[in-house]
Design a protein around this ligand. Structure first.
Ligand code: C2O
Ligand code: CU
Length: 463
């Protein structure tokens, strides 16, 4: 199943020499700040019961307890993790949405060498923002993520308002056949459209799990879409749900959840007011397809706490610099299909096709090797990306290392929310503004992994 070829591995090991000593625990640590004990994240191949009817083989995870652990960090406090590679191909970890130093970003050959089988890599950084984020490999991603290596990160802010309960849900699918075993992770004709969907849909690796929460209480529900393909349209039935944060950042103004559409890579935080009567259920539903799908349910327990969503204090905004649109330089990003239907072999595995392009360049693999950056940004300056989707499909476009604000869209009113992933609709033009305040090479790609791996990726250099 591995798509690594000998040629790629040789090429990879030649490049690996570039990264030398002095790597490791760099970043924003001051001398005085002690690096904490690293959390061990060992990649493993396991059996897991995903369908309720027996073990699926060749599931990939971090650790041996089923789903990758939810990692808890604290805003402004040092965190360390040691990746130990126990699977039979190279891997890395990318910390999706965390604005951390470039050498901790986990992109092979752009920011770090491969972590080969049996090898380790120490990550250490201080998350500057509080919110819901996630982690995943950036190597042979369709297989590694498709088979399970996607975990949720919660970065706590001690000043957050108190909820009666908190529930974290990792939303994703699996491509399994009738026998519960993995089938081909993609079909080229679907890759050229909206991507290949999973056959089994789970929340926290379970089918429609139910969680208990205090009746009449306020639940902080953290959702992360870690699927490689699926776009969700969320609705809450039987409970009152208010959107409080999207993609790790508090929304400027709270609003009731009503068919909010979010794509792979995105996160949603809801304040759910539980029903008052014991045993009543609030149901989280995805209504994107004609067949609405229950994702998970929350069941009210105990006597009603009679809490009021209006009493919930606001979340503190993250310290993201605001763009200065008047001095900003504009960078055009055109997302298109490409006529060129071949793919070069590339490090980190190729799907063997190219269907997509950014600014007419179809990039290959997980990384941009060997093409030059799409644009070079000056450290500290403001930029506006004028992004346009000329394809008939939606694309969740993700930028590493920096957060942007959504300034305007040709198809809707936008609130100026801060994010790392924007789900751009067909024929939409959007303006995303940021201050280029994090030096290094940062990927920009579609988070429908098949699109990423068949051309829709690129990178920006901040110097
Ligand atoms: Cu979620 Cu390039 O990453
Ligand atoms: Cu896409």
């Amino acid at each position: 199943m591995s798509v690594f070829t000998r040629r790629n591995l040789l090429k990879a090991s030649a490049v690996a020499g570039v990264y030398g000593a002095g790597f490791g625990l760099a970043g924003r640590f001051s001398q005085a700040e002690a690096v904490p004990e690293p959390q061990i994240l060992k990649t493993t191949k396991i059996d897991a019961n995903l369908t309720g009817t027996g073990a699926t083989k060749d599931v990939l995870s971090y650790g041996t307890d089923g789903m990758p652990p939810v990692l808890r960090m604290r805003q402004g406090e040092a965190f360390a993790a040691r990746l130990i590679n126990g699977i039979d191909e190279p891997t890395t970890i990318h910390w999706h949405g965390l604005r951390i130093p470039n050498n901790m970003d986990g992109v092979p050959f752009l920011t770090q060498p491969y972590v080969y089988t049996g090898c380790k890599f120490d990550y250490a950084f201080t998350p500057p923002d509080a919110g819901t984020f996630w982690y995943h490999p950036h190597c042979n991603t369709l297989i590694q993520m498709g088979h399970g290596m996607t975990g949720v990160i919660v970065v706590e802010n001690p000043k957050d308002p108190k909820f009666d309960s908190e529930i974290v849900i990792n939303l994703r699918d699996w491509r399994l056949g009738g026998d519960g075993q993995f089938i081909a992770q993609f079909r080229p004709r679907d890759t050229a459209k909206s991507g290949t969907y999973g056959t089994v849909r789970t929340a926290n690796w379970q089918l429609e799990p139910q969680y208990d929460a205090p009746a009449g209480g306020l639940v902080r529900l953290r959702l992360a879409i870690t699927d490689v393909t699926r776009i969700y349209s969320f609705r809450m039935e039987g409970g009152e749900a208010t959107v409080i944060a999207i993609d790790g950042n508090p929304v400027p103004k709270r609003f009731p959840l009503d068919l909010l559409q979010l794509g792979p890579g995105q996160r949603l935080e809801l304040a759910v007011r539980m029903p008052d009567s014991e045993g009543a259920v609030a149901t989280l539903v995805d209504v994107r397809s004609s067949n609405p799908k229950t994702l998970a349910t929350l069941r009210a327990v105990g006597n009603s706490l009679k809490h009021d969503i209006g009493d919930l204090a606001p979340l503190e905004a993250n310290p993201v610099k605001s763009v200065d649109p008047s001095s900003a330089e504009h960078i055009q990003l055109i997302l298109s299909a490409t006529a060129e239907n071949t793919a070069e072999n590339s490090i980190c595995g190729s799907l063997g096709y190219s269907f997509w392009a950014i600014n007419k360049v179809p990039w290959q693999g997980d990384t941009s090797d060997p093409t030059a950056p799409l644009s070079e940004l000056k450290l500290g300056k403001s930029y506006v990306f004028d992004m346009e989707n000329v394809t008939p499909h939606a694309h969740p476009i993700h930028l590493h290392g920096m957060s942007f604000s959504v300034l305007s869209s040709s198809v809707r009113d936008v609130m100026p929310f801060v994010s790392d992933t924007y789900l751009i609709q067909p024929d939409e033009k959007v303006q995303l503004g940021l201050v280029a305040d994090n030096p290094g090479d940062w990927l920009l790609h579609c988070h429908i992994i098949e699109h990423q791996k068949t051309g829709m990726t690129s990178y920006l250099r901040v110097v």
